[in-house]
Design a protein around this ligand. Sequence first.
Ligand code: SAM
Length: 262
Amino acid sequence: MQHQAKKRYGQNFLRDKNLLKKIVNESHIKDKNVIEVGPGQGALTSFLAEQAKHVTCFEIDQSLKPILDPIEEAYDHLDIVYADFMEQDLKAYGNELHVVANVPYYITTPIIFKLIETKEIKTASLMIQKEVCDRLIAVPGTKAYNNLSVVMSYFAKVYKMMDVKRHMFVPKPNVDSAVIRIEKREKPLLNDAQEKIFLDIVKTAFKQKRKTLVNNWFEAYQIPKNDLQNFLTEHQLDVNIRAEKVTLAEFLAIAKVWPYDL
Ligand code: SAM
């Protein structure tokens, strides 16, 4: 059956069975409830169904139904829902969910935030743009380290499973890819009030990467620079430090004792 790939839906399909098997094997989904975002032509789907307890796929493109129907019929424990993943309430699909997907790149970041916010999702193994992967796993002091790296390491342990070159996809995208593994932390590192402060101060800290923490926070919150400098010194941080050098542990420590209104 012929299908014309739709750019607006981020359709870049995988064919290589060894690659697909490797992704599924390293996703540790045996007997688990799995969600797939965008099954496309079903390349990953049957490998997922071979191992998982149950698989629910969300595909926005109805025209893929004739290709996906035979795969859905082959497995009793596989359901394909033709709908926008971003509009789904995932709670309805179980309280321990594992996502595996070759994600549509036009919504990589919104998908990642949805996975982070949905507490039923315990792990995610995602094919994403290599550049986004580099930011998500970046460590302090490197160019790729940003707001997303810190927020991600707060909510989850993340690592790169593998690099994937662009020529593995049909049609070939303009960028290389990587599969990232996200394992959500079971217990939050902060209480709710501290978490709110943490997310806000991390976001504002990276607002202008070349500026110091003091300057970024001064602009965001209008706290006198002197006060901010004293606050940093009291907590063993250099008054001229930039966010790109601040570790997760340091941001957590700051959030716990942050004395100002936001
Ligand atoms: N899993 C297939 C593969 O690996 O070959 C297809 C991956 S392709 C990169 C992304 C898939 O996500 C496409 O099938 C596309 O139609 C689907 N998609 C795009 N936006 C979506 C959305 N908002 N909700 C659900 N599926 C979406």
